[in-house]
Write a new protein. Structure first.
Length: 125
């Protein structure tokens, strides 16, 4: 039977710069997709790799253009009670705040992560 051993909520802020091939008149939209999340549980810590893809929709010379990007962010969360071999159940939300200057987009990527560490136990009734 699955038993929740530990829970942890934490936010991370990463900075990135995205070069565009042309000077945009304006950024119309940035579509975000969390493509993959990998977790490695060690004693009292959860280490993560998070891959985020983005489609930047912008206007150049009256034309709408899309440029795709992919980033990998890594980090570690202290989680008291975490042990190697535990299963991680995660809820990951990503927000992007940006400014553009010339042909570059300066981003602040906010990752909100909520984790549950699960251990399977035999329960005898």
């Amino acid at each position: 039977m699955p038993v929740v051993i530990a829970k942890k909520d934490q936010s991370f802020l990463f900075s990135t710069v995205k070069p565009l091939p042309a000077f945009p008149i304006r950024i119309r939209d940035i579509k975000i997709n969390v493509r993959q999340v990998n977790f490695n549980v060690i004693e009292n810590f959860v280490i993560f790799d998070l891959e985020i893809s983005q489609d930047v929709v912008y206007v150049v010379d009256g034309r709408v253009t899309v440029q795709g990007f992919s980033d990998v962010f890594s980090g570690a969360m202290p989680v008291p009670g975490a042990q190697k071999g535990m299963e991680v159940r995660a809820d990951v939300e990503v927000e992007i705040f940006y400014n553009s200057s010339g042909s570059s987009i300066f981003e602040q990527v906010l990752v909100n992560m909520s984790l549950q560490l699960i251990e399977y136990r035999n329960i005898i009734l």
